[in-house]
Design a protein around this ligand. Structure first.
Ligand code: KG4
Ligand code: ZN
Length: 330
């Protein structure tokens, strides 16, 4: 079984072909950073227009690299939400047109489900597992019980983790995307340069809060007392401590045997290292998909399509794109 996947929900235009025996035949990703950089953030209208301009060529390239004729595709999967609605509409219209012309199943994939199931594509992880989903828009701990079966254990009450990395980068006047820049800076910084708050640590529930951390770090940036390297390192260290403590509580609460980290922030090697220590200490397995599959890409969407198609979870061509679509309401 071969599924074509399409991702256009934010600022990556991507198409991929993935098989049901977990082979990524192609995964073409075009980042729009160049288009948005001068605005200091993703501009939805510019994103939609760039998706329209490049998507056809990227799908063609994905089929070419995979050496698959479009008629050999068994299904067309697309991010149908959540995301910037203009971009989501571009991808969904394209996928519906292809599915309808080819007479093949149309698979509306939740973007977060794409992130959540990536570890099954890369590492064949069995259900159930504890998932830490950390991206530009989300910070959640979920108990993944099966395809379409996600139990929300905790989530951020304010900013997402990636968002706080991006905001700190902006305060330090670095170009987007902020996460990788902060990680690179932190390498040569002192991670104990100053004190930062420990929001919601020590609390029993599994919710997060990052806005207090943002305010505190802004004061430090404004004070000009510390070099950017120290600020990045201290901030990243505190984020790691918060994620580790909450995952520790989640492990205690669920007696899970496996932890998976997913989403763009999972590309951060310091955070991976901190979670690996927790996994070793708690004698559970930690699965982190390769960095290129943690940030937005169509291979994860194609794979979620494979998982859905195997279960006969096909969608109608009347499926409406969704700007908001919580994982727990699939
Ligand atoms: O999953 P993703 O590609 O897009 C969303 O669905 O949000 O995640 C993007 C987010 C951005 O906030 C970016 O700064 C963050 O992931 N990110 C990182 C790293 N690489 C990407 N954050 C921290 N460290 C990184 N190395
Ligand atoms: Zn994402």
């Amino acid at each position: 079984m071969k599924v074509l996947g399409i991702e256009t929900s934010c600022d990556e235009t991507s198409a991929a072909v993935v098989t049901d025996d977990r082979e990524i035949l192609s995964n073409v990703v075009r980042s729009q950073i160049a288009e948005h950089e001068i605005y200091g953030g993703v501009v939805p209208e510019i994103a939609s227009r760039a998706h329209i301009k490049f998507l056809d060529g990227i799908i063609r390239k994905a089929l070419e690299v995979a050496r698959v004729a479009i008629a050999e595709i068994d299904g067309v999967a697309v991010t149908a939400g959540p995301g910037l609605i203009g971009g989501v509409i571009v991808g969904v219209m394209e996928a519906k047109a292809l599915a309808s012309v080819l007479g093949k199943p149309f698979l509306a994939v939740n973007h977060l489900e794409g992130h959540a199931l990536t570890a099954r594509l890369t590492d064949d992880v069995e259900f159930p597992y504890l998932l830490l989903l950390v991206s530009g828009g989300h910070c959640q701990i979920l108990n993944v019980k099966g395809v379409g079966q996600y139990e929300l254990l905790g989530e951020t009450l304010d900013d997402a983790v990636g968002e706080s990395f991006d905001k700190l980068a902006k305060m330090l006047k670095f170009p987007m995307p902020g996460g990788p820049k902060i990680e690179a800076l932190a390498k040569s910084g002192n991670a104990n340069a100053f004190e930062l708050p420990r929001p919601l640590l020590g609390k029993k529930n599994l919710d997060f809060s990052f806005s207090g951390l943002k305010t505190a770090v802004k004061k430090v940036v404004d004070s000009r007392e510390f070099p950017a390297e120290d600020i990045a390192a201290t901030f990243q260290q505190r984020i790691g401590e918060i994620l580790v403590e909450k995952m520790q509580s989640a492990l205690n609460a669920t007696s899970a045997k496996r932890m998976v980290v997913a989403g763009g922030v999972a590309a951060n090697l310091h955070l991976r290292g901190a979670l690996q220590k927790l996994a070793d200490k708690s004698k559970v397995e930690l699965i982190c998909p390769p960095v290129a599959l943690c940030t937005d890409n169509a291979a994860m969407i194609a794979w979620a399509g494979v998982e859905k198609l195997r279960l006969g979870l096909v969608d109608g061509l009347d499926f409406k794109p969704r700007a908001r679509w919580p994982l727990v309401n699939l």
